[in-house]
Design a protein. Structure first.
Lengths: 492, 310
């Protein structure tokens, strides 16, 4: 059903492009419930409505070509050479108002500040355990807890310097945090590339909005890394450490290195001597002071972690513990984005900052907790159950779509290892207009802003809006038919 | 400051592109002039072309231009084909995307995508042309958008080392026999294979004489595809690199390059042709490969023990 058009502001009908647009249920990023475009989406709506199908198709083709020639692609694993795909791009931008953004910014700053205090505490005094706020065994049993980090002095106590927090918008228009990505969050290059391409294909529209710029992300990242430099380095050398050209996010690693003007290195370019890290250059060995690493903890140092890793540098952990090199992010930050720990983040914020959380969590039931468990087992058909160690949609029970047998299986699994599971209500992600199959249709979206934590907190106004391009789907991951679109944060 | 791995990738990216261009030009010229056509027959014999490309002549060699173009343009499994060279160049470019300009990457990528996605049945004469133009465009973009710093110098070493060796190989094919080809078209082919016909005519008039052609392609100091010109560029690029990396003494690579350059500066074409042109040209190719090895040992594959801080 097309949105009903009040005669006061627009000609009816909406045109063929919107013929399949439905406004049922979730929050819509462009339209009010009545079908009227939200005030800040008006110019965009007018532009879309005035455009012909053909015109949009031409713009879409142009955008796709731009991504392909710029090589903004991800590698499809296990395939022949030359099989790089572009991350599907939708040309209709998603617009966030200045007011909405300010509260996101405050909320994210608060959350990351508390998380860094928490990580410091966990790896040193453990006050939060002795005060009984977070159970010790919950943290020590996290897969990403790193014993090796106990007592290690992290420069300026900044554990997480780059975070990519996943937010979703609920029916009432509230943004809530779905997941904190505190290890090596990716996707920021798509945020920047989407903007470049959008500027190119929608120049007229761009002029009509005052969109906050995001192009300074590279400089902001460099400033963040500079804050981490060990005191002995007067003129520090920065590098981006990548697993290599075969990694699916290689484009992003190269992109960020170029944006910052620093070397992109692989593990084989580095070596550790006397607890200092060096890289192999044409002019001999050169000391490295700050590593923005895009390699997971497990693979960083074959002497400390996985011995079969060729991606890391032997001896890196010791150089790090000696304070001779800084890593962004620190080792062991992953414990704070464990799905079970996530439920404690509001309490963590209250404990360290004495403030109420600005951004809410999604309600989360911990199955290790007997009263939660009782409730969840009674309502399995209405909830989503997730295994805490898994990601990418694996090990999940989606209650409303499950069979009685699947629910029984999960009951057994939960009984066997309750610590390994959490449950959340089935969420209704907000929807945004997308150009799919030659017309504009609503699709579910999320939002991942990138938070930089250095001398101060910087959040470049924008983020990656991921889109579930399959109709009705709630899964925005690129491996499962997800795409992305440009995200505009308006200036006041 | 440049990573050794990056220097390596820049060098090979540049070499592969030069090779792709050279191969494209050879094929284009030989097909254009019908140099390999058998007299009084529809058949073609590409043995000379294979020799010019320094590739063994296979038992199942192509017999027709269409088959030749397929094998040398589009067959990624033939590791000397143009597509294979472009894949090599692009893979190396991908390794150093942060080091080269975005425009350079886009050009290398676009050229690869165009060749890969090309309709192979639609004519063949424009394909080599497209590659040659694409590489020229890349070189122009490189000179205009990349800082002429250390990384750029590795591009020069790669390009001109490849060029010196390839031109020497081509000359060898024409001058190794005592009986020089008498066919005028063959000499035009040689000059055009080096984009040198017009430049030669301006220098010596359209009177094509083998010893003048040899002199032009070997010893001309101004023509960019002559061996001497290429040796000059390799020499100066290596000296610049030595300076960038703060080396005080002329290393093996610079000495070898300087020697090659100097020997070309002071050579006489009549002596070369009288004595043993084949040995002389082989010597040039050997020098090129020694320079490559020496540069590798100095800048890229050096043993770590020698480089550790005391």
């Amino acid at each position: 059903m097309p949105p009903a058009a009040p005669s006061a502001w627009s000609a009816s009908p909406f045109g063929a492009l919107f013929s399949a647009y439905e406004l049922t249920g979730p929050y819509d990023e462009m339209f009010e419930q009545s079908g009227r475009p939200r005030a800040h989406c008006r110019a965009l709506f007018d532009d879309l409505q005035a455009a012909s199908q053909n015109e949009l198709t031409v713009r879409q083709t142009e955008a796709d070509r731009a991504f392909l020639t710029q090589g903004i692609t991800f590698t499809v694993y296990g395939d022949d050479q030359g099989t790089e795909r572009i991350f599907p791009f939708d040309l209709v931008p998603r617009i966030i108002t200045a007011g909405e953004w300010r509260s996101l910014e405050r909320g994210l700053t608060q959350r990351l500040t508390a998380i860094n205090l928490f990580l410091k505490d966990v790896y040193h005094d453990g006050r939060i355990f002795s005060e009984g706020i977070v159970p010790r065994e919950l943290v020590y049993s996290c897969r990403h807890f790193r014993r090796e980090m106990r007592g290690v002095q992290v420069h300026r106590d900044i554990y997480v310097s780059v975070a990519g927090t996943d937010l979703v918008r609920l029916e009432d228009g509230r943004f809530v945090v779905l997941e904190d990505n505190l290890r090596v969050p990716s996707g920021v290059s798509y945020m920047l590339a989407n903007r470049e391409v959008t500027k190119h294909i929608l120049p007229g529209l761009f002029d009509r909005y005052r969109v906050s710029p995001i192009a300074h992300y590279g400089r902001a990242l460099l400033a963040t890394l500079r804050a981490l430099a060990p005191p002995h380095a007067a003129d520090p050398t920065f590098v981006v450490l990548t697993p290599g050209v075969g990694n699916s996010a290689y484009f992003e690693h190269a992109f960020l290195a170029r944006e910052m003007g620093v070397a992109l290195v692989e593990g084989r370019d580095l070596l550790v001597h006397d607890n200092f890290v060096y890289m192999r250059t044409t002019g001999g060995l050169r000391r490295v002071d700050v590593i923005y690493r895009r390699v997971d903890d497990d693979f960083l140092d074959p002497l400390a972690f996985r011995a079969d890793s060729h991606l890391g540098v032997a001896g890196l952990l010791n150089a790090y513990r000696a304070g001779n090199v800084s890593l962004a992010n620190a080792i062991g930050t992953g414990l704070a984005d464990d799905k079970a720990l996530y439920a404690y983040i509001p309490a963590i914020i209250r404990f360290y900052l004495g403030e109420e959380p600005i951004l809410d969590n999604v309600d989360t039931y911990l199955l290790a907790n007997p009263s939660d468990r009782r409730y969840v087992l009674e309502h399995l058909d209405a909830l989503v159950v997730k295994a805490v160690g898994e990601s990418g949609g694996y090990g999940m029970l989606i209650g409303p779509h499950s069979t009685a047998r699947e629910r029984d299986e999960f009951r057994a699994k939960i009984a066997a290892d309750p610590r390994n599971f959490i449950a959340q209500p089935t969420l209704s992600l907000s929807q945004a207009p997308c150009f799919v199959d030659q017309r504009i249709e609503p699709r579910h979206v999320d939002l991942r802003p990138y938070v930089l934590f250095g001398e101060s907190v910087t959040i470049v106004p924008g983020g990656l809006t991921r889109v579930a391009l399959k109709k009705g789907s709630l899964v925005v991951n690129s491996s499962q038919g997800g795409g992305s679109k440009d995200t505009w944060v308006l200036e006041d | 400051m440049l990573l050794s791995r990056v220097a390596d990738a820049l060098y090979w990216m540049s070499r592969y592109l030069e090779r792709a261009e050279h191969t494209a030009r050879l094929i284009s010229v030989r097909l254009d002039l019908g140099l390999d056509r058998r007299p009084n027959s529809d058949e073609w014999d590409f043995a000379d072309l294979y020799a010019a490309l320094k590739t063994p002549y296979p038992a199942d060699a192509p017999q027709h231009p269409a088959a030749l173009v397929d094998r040398w343009m589009f067959d990624a499994l033939n590791r000397d084909s143009i597509l294979a060279c472009l894949i090599g160049a692009r893979e190396n470019a991908r390794q150093v995307r942060e080091e080269i300009s975005a425009d350079m990457w886009e050009q290398v990528n676009a050229l690869f995508l165009r060749l890969k996605g090309m309709d192979r049945s639609a004519g063949r004469h424009h394909v080599p042309r497209l590659v040659i133009e694409g590489v020229h465009l890349f070189e122009g973009i490189t000179d205009a958008t990349m800082a002429h710093g250390e990384g750029w110098q590795y591009l020069q070493v790669g390009r001109f080392l490849e060029r010196a060796a390839a031109t020497a190989a081509l000359l060898d094919l024409y001058f190794r026999d005592v009986l020089l080809p008498s066919n005028h078209v063959e000499w035009v082919g040689l000059l055009r294979s080096c984009s040198a016909l017009e430049a030669y005519c301006r220098c010596y008039t359209a009177d094509l004489r083998p010893e003048r052609i040899a002199e032009f392609l070997l010893l001309n100091p101004e023509f960019p595809r002559s061996v001497r010109f290429a040796a000059d560029r390799v020499d100066s690029a290596l000296r610049a690199i030595a300076q960038f990396t703060g080396r005080r003494f002329a290393g093996r690579a610079e000495r070898l390059a300087g020697r090659l350059h100097a020997s070309l500066d002071y050579s006489q074409v009549d002596e070369i042709l009288e004595e043993d042109p084949h040995a002389y040209l082989e010597g040039i190719r050997r020098s090129c490969s020694q320079i490559h090895t020496a540069a590798y040992q100095t800048y890229i594959m050096y043993p770590i023990e020698t480089a550790l801080p005391a």
